[in-house]
Design a protein around this ligand. Structure first.
Ligand SMILES: Nc1nc2c(ncn2[C@@H]2O[C@H](COP(=O)(O)OP(=O)(O)OP(=O)(O)O)[C@@H](O)[C@H]2O)c(=O)[nH]1
Ligand SMILES: [Mg+2]
Length: 296
C-alpha cells in the first residue's frame, strides 16, 4: 500500500517550477505550518533550505527538492528503529493513548503483522471501561486467529494484564499485547492506572513491558504532541504509532514529534483495514517525496 503524505504533494507542487524567491520560502513555511510541523520545525527546515540554496547558488525551485529530502532524512534519522523484543521468551507490548486514537485497531493490525511473521500472539483486554471495548478486541482476535484474555466489564485492568502475561508465558507465546482504556470510569487518574498495569505485569516478567507504544491520532495535529509529552513523563513511552495518516493534511506532525520528543515513530496507520499499517521507514518516507519526475 503506497501512501504519500498530503503535504509532500503540496511541497512538490510548489517547487515544481519557478525561481527561488523569498515568497517561495514563505509559501513553503505556510504549507509546513498547515501540515502541523509546528513553528520550530517549519522555521528550521526553511532556514536550512535557504542556506542550501545560497551555498549551492541554486536558481530553479525544483532543485530544492533534493535538499528538502536530505533535510527530512536528517531530521527523522536514516533507518527505522526496530521493535524491541525480549532476548528470549515472551515480549510484552503495552498500548497507551487517549480515547479514539486507534489503540485497539492498531493492536489488531499488529497482531496480524506479527502472526504473519510466525509469532504466537496473545491479546489482553485491559480496557475494561466498557463491554464494547472487549468485544472489539475479540473481533480482531477472531479475525487474526490469535488468543485473547478477558475479564468482565468493569474489572481491574491490572488483573487482566497480569493474567494475559501469565497465560501467554505459560503457553509459550512470543508476544502479549495489552489494550488499555483511553479514559476511566473511576476517579483514578489514567496515568496512575497505566503505571499500575506496568507494575503488575512486572511481577511476572521483570523487564515488561518491552515496548510501550503510544498511539497518536495524526488528525489532532499539535494536540498529539501535547499528549505525547504527558504520556512520556508518566509511562516511559518507547515508541510512537501515528494513526489516521490517510486522509489528513496534518502529516507534518511526524516531523514535530521526532524533532521535539526524540521518541522514535515505529509504525504508521494509514487506514482501518488489517494491512493498513506500515513500519515507519524515514528514508522511504522522504523518498516518496521524489516519487514523480519533478521536471515533467
Ligand atoms: N482512517 C483510519 N482510521 C483509523 C486508523 N486507525 C484507527 N482508525 C479508526 O479510528 C476509530 C477509533 O479507533 P479505536 O482503535 O477504537 O481507538 P481506541 O484508541 O482503541 O479508542 P478507545 O478504546 O475508545 O480508547 C475507529 O473507527 C478506527 O477504525 C487509521 O490508521 N486510519
Ligand atoms: Mg480501544
Amino acid at each position: 500500500m503506497k501512501w504519500i503524505p498530503n503535504f509532500f504533494l503540496q511541497v512538490k507542487d510548489l517547487l515544481r517550477k519557478g525561481d527561488i524567491t523569498d515568497s517561495l520560502f514563505e509559501n513553503l513555511e505556510e504549507i509546513l505550518l498547515e501540515a502541523d510541523t509546528g513553528i520550530q520545525t517549519a522555521e528550521f527546515l526553511v532556514s536550512q533550505l535557504k542556506k542550501d540554496a545560497s551555498e549551492k547558488r541554486l536558481k530553479d525551485s525544483w532543485k530544492l527538492m533534493d535538499c528538502f529530502k536530505s533535510q527530512l532524512i536528517k531530521l527523522l534519522g536514516e533507518t527505522p528503529v526496530p521493535v524491541h523484543f525480549a532476548e528470549k521468551g515472551l515480549s510484552v507490548f503495552l498500548m497507551v493513548g487517549v480515547n479514539g486514537s486507534g489503540k485497539t485497531t492498531t493492536l489488531g493490525k499488529l497482531a496480524a503483522y506479527f502472526k504473519a511473521h510466525g509469532k504466537k500472539v496473545f491479546l489482553g483486554a485491559a480496557d475494561t471501561f466498557r463491554a464494547a471495548a472487549i468485544d472489539q478486541l475479540e473481533v480482531w482476535a477472531h479475525r487474526t486467529g490469535v488468543e485473547v484474555i478477558k475479564h468482565r466489564e468493569g474489572s481491574d485492568p491490572g488483573a487482566v494484564a497480569y493474567d494475559t502475561v501469565k497465560a501467554a508465558a505459560a503457553r509459550g507465546a512470543d508476544i502479549a499485547m495489552i489494550d488499555t482504556a483511553g479514559r476511566l470510569h473511576t476517579k483514578t487518574n489514567l496515568m496512575e492506572e497505566l503505571k499500575k498495569i506496568r507494575k503488575v505485569m512486572q511481577k511476572e516478567i521483570p523487564e515488561a513491558p518491552h515496548e510501550t507504544f503510544l498511539i497518536l491520532d495524526s488528525t489532532t495535529g499539535q494536540n498529539a504532541l501535547m499528549q505525547s509529552k504527558i504520556f512520556k513523563e508518566a509511562v516511559d513511552v518507547t515508541g510512537i504509532i501515528l494513526t489516521k495518516l490517510d486522509g489528513t493534511a496534518k502529516g507534518g506532525v511526524i516531523l514535530a514529534i521526532r524533532q521535539e520528543l526524540k521518541i522514535p515513530i515505529k509504525f504508521i496507520g494509514i487506514g482501518e483495514k488489517t494491512d493498513a499499517l506500515q513500519i515507519f521507514d524515514p528514508a522511504r518516507f522522504a523518498e516518496s517525496l521524489l516519487g514523480e519526475n519533478l521536471k515533467s
